[in-house]
Design a binder for this molecule. Sequence first.
Ligand SMILES: CC(C)(COP(=O)(O)OP(=O)(O)OC[C@H]1O[C@@H](n2cnc3c(N)ncnc32)[C@H](O)[C@@H]1OP(=O)(O)O)[C@@H](O)C(=O)NCCC(=O)NCCS
Length: 198
Amino acid sequence: MRVSDSEFEEFEDVFPLRDDSRFREWKSQLETLPPSSVVSIREAVADGPDGRRMRDVQLVTERLPILEVKDNVPKIGERVVLLAEIDGVYVGFCISSPGPQDSAPLFIQEVGVVPNARGRGIGMALLCAAAEREPWRNIAFATEDNNDGAHALNKKFAKSIGASIGKVPLDTYRDSDFNIQRGRGYRAWVINRPPSER
Ligand SMILES: CC(C)(COP(=O)(O)OP(=O)(O)OC[C@H]1O[C@@H](n2cnc3c(N)ncnc32)[C@H](O)[C@@H]1OP(=O)(O)O)[C@@H](O)C(=O)NCCC(=O)NCCS
């Protein structure tokens, strides 16, 4: 998908962000999220509003690459991007990509939940939804060695589907499958789904 520089200009944020009314309104919605409410997950649409939703989540979630809306939109077209919402307020997303062959795993490339919405099971719900779409595939991801939250989440997810999780050499798959840059302390993992899950 090719995008011209100006196509999504109206969705890009205003700098400084304190002058961006859309961003300010979303931040104030995050501060008043009801404590117990249902998480809904949907597939993102390759358009300006969802590209902007991704961008907002990227801006407030550590470790996620921050892309402009014009670069998020084609990503939605090329991969599977799932958006999580609580009461209509977007709070996180997951990017996954099935490997090219039927026998290849599903690569989880990013999962991020904004700080105000953590600890409510949204990270787990995003992983479950991504995995359910590709029930025949094992699940692979690369995490930075010092990312304890991501390690704990992945372990808990593997346990929840009765699967084993193990390290594999980083070279087992292409860096582009994981969407990572070498030299930043990444380790690769595979969740081997039990036959009953497949
Ligand atoms: C990792 C992340 C996605 C977790 O999101 P979340 O919605 O808070 O996760 P959940 O509420 O579904 O947590 C599920 C389980 O994961 C584990 N977990 C999640 N975050 C954790 C943390 N910071 N420390 C330890 N365990 C953690 C816990 O076992 C938790 O279960 P519990 O609450 O019953 O103890 C979120 O912290 C985040 O966006 N971090 C920054 C981005 C990132 O590092 N992404 C991963 C690499 S792309």
